[in-house]
Design a protein around this ligand. Structure first.
Ligand code: MTE
Ligand code: MO
Length: 258
């Protein structure tokens, strides 16, 4: 080792093979331990940063800039792949019951749409069923890791906007959706809401939605993970600020695009 210090500044030609090997070994280990120490202290530092939406603030910054970059990529709003009816699951998975635990007043249910002006519009399920029906069979993906081809029917959100002359509202940046009891809520960027495959959905496999799958009306948004497909819509509103979002508050990506 003492030779090592003597030799450290010598030129290669002045050293024996053994001395060169020792020098290389010592340098390698030093670099290795500095590496370990900086990863370790970086990790320690990260763990002691304030949390922002369930994630250490510096990581949240990275996530935010990633989602901004990805939301601008061409192809982000391409059509989701669709399938033939025979591929759709007969037994459809049920996942998530936030906002579904309170008793549903089926007869009294209305879709409440809050306009820019502050006026609220009320729609019965029959009002919505009068619009042209759109069906989609696609691979529904949950962030928990499962996916399932399933078959849904309803009104395309963009048809709904056009039919009821809500174009001004659709000029805003986001929509927000809540269950009637406000226990579950999502925010959707307007381009994704207006995507041709996004449905205000009232049917599954050609039949009315089961209660646990969002009767009377749910969102189906194939360009995003299942967390955004809110079941049992109570209110729909428009906003230029990001509406609050249940899973975003628990650390998931706000856009959750596929
Ligand atoms: N109201 C409400 N909607 C919800 C949820 C929930 O907990 N409550 N869970 C979401 C999640 S995580 C998924 S994967 C899908 C599941 O839809 P499904 O039960 O029809 O399979 O619903 C979404 N919509
Ligand atoms: Mo999910």
């Amino acid at each position: 080792m003492s030779n090592f210090f003597k030799n450290i500044f010598k030129r290669k030609q002045e050293l024996t093979i053994e001395e060169i090997i020792t020098r290389k070994t010592v340098i390698s280990f030093t670099v290795f331990f500095i590496g370990i120490a900086s990863v370790g202290s970086g990790w320690f530092w990260l763990q002691h940063q304030p949390l922002e939406k369930g994630v250490p603030a510096p990581l949240r910054k990275v996530l935010n800039s990633n989602e901004k970059a990805f939301s601008r990529l061409p192809g982000y709003y391409n059509l989701a792949k669709t399938f033939t009816k025979d591929r759709a699951a007969k037994t459809v998975r049920v996942n998530g019951d936030a906002g579904l635990k309170s008793q549903l007043d089926s007869a009294g249910w209305r879709l409440q749409v809050i306009k820019n002006t502050g006026d609220t519009l009320f729609f019965t399920l029959d009002d919505i069923k009068k619009l042209p029906k759109t069906e989609i069979i696609f691979d529904f993906k949950c962030i928990e890791g499962w996916d399932q081809i399933s078959h849904w029917g309803g009104v395309s959100f963009s048809d709904f906007i056009a039919w009821f002359h809500l174009e001004k509202e659709a000029g805003m940046q986001y929509i927000g959706l809540n269950t009637p009891d406000k226990e579950y809520y999502v925010g959707i960027d307007m381009p994704s809401a207006m995507h041709p495959q996004t449905l205000l959905c009232y049917e599954m496999n050609g039949k009315p939605l089961p209660l646990n799958q969002g009767f009377p009306l749910r969102l189906i948004i194939p360009v995003k993970y299942g967390i955004k497909s809110l079941k049992r819509i109570g209110t729909l509103y428009f906003s230029n600020d990001r509406p609050k979002d249940y899973w975003f508050e628990r650390g998931y990506d706000y856009y959750s695009g596929l």
